[in-house]
Design a binder for this molecule. Sequence first.
Ligand SMILES: CC(C)(COP(=O)(O)OP(=O)(O)OC[C@H]1O[C@@H](n2cnc3c(N)ncnc32)[C@H](O)[C@@H]1OP(=O)(O)O)[C@@H](O)C(=O)NCCC(=O)NCCS
Length: 208
Amino acid sequence: MIKDGRDIGRTQFHCEKGPIVIEGPVTGEYVSGLEFDERLNNFRVARKQKDCLCEIADSPDGLLYIARHFNTIIGYVTFHDPDPLTRWVKHPKILELGAVEVSPSWRGQKIARHMLRLAFANPLMRERIVITMEYCWHWDLEGCGMNLWNYQKMLTSLFGSAGLMKVSTNDPEITEHPANVLMARIGEDVSQEMIDLFDMIRFESESC
Ligand SMILES: CC(C)(COP(=O)(O)OP(=O)(O)OC[C@H]1O[C@@H](n2cnc3c(N)ncnc32)[C@H](O)[C@@H]1OP(=O)(O)O)[C@@H](O)C(=O)NCCC(=O)NCCS
């Protein structure tokens, strides 16, 4: 469970439903040996999602943090290099927070917050600009019993607790819907040159 020579971080706490371990970055091999809550299916069916998580965990720049109840994964957060088809790939310091999900029966107990806190305690985050592209068509409005705007508020507050802030962009995938948001956290050790490049990429013209 070591990634790039770094020890994994681990915290434990008790929520209403029992003990939870938050840990990461974990390897695909470690995840393969755990059960996966079948309600972790917001993005794709649970079985496929588990395979995707293993791939991310084992990719060179991928980071996977999990929330575990005994032997079962009940939540996760992923980080990976930006999609090569997007503008963000042109920036050498950008890491994308790809997804955060907590199984419906475990939500509202600060599990997502704890996972983000542990992930952002990784010293690697100091050197990176972490972005998350929040597309409203991925949101589980029904499962959370929230309307679009309350859901957006919940997510921006959740990511805000980890130091991400809303930033503007002309990326058409974000501007496609007014509820979509781009959020970013600039690590303490990121140079001004890299910050300027990020600002430029946020507003680059389509022809670039
Ligand atoms: C978004 C998600 C990961 C949050 O997980 P969670 O473990 O329930 O979140 P937390 O318990 O840490 O709560 C985070 C904040 O959201 C609020 N919140 C969570 N669920 C809520 C609900 N149903 N109604 C109102 N507020 C809610 C919490 O009060 C908390 O805010 P606070 O700390 O200011 O009180 C979870 O709802 C989920 O898996 N959704 C589906 C996938 C998704 O939309 N992912 C985000 C896009 S990648």
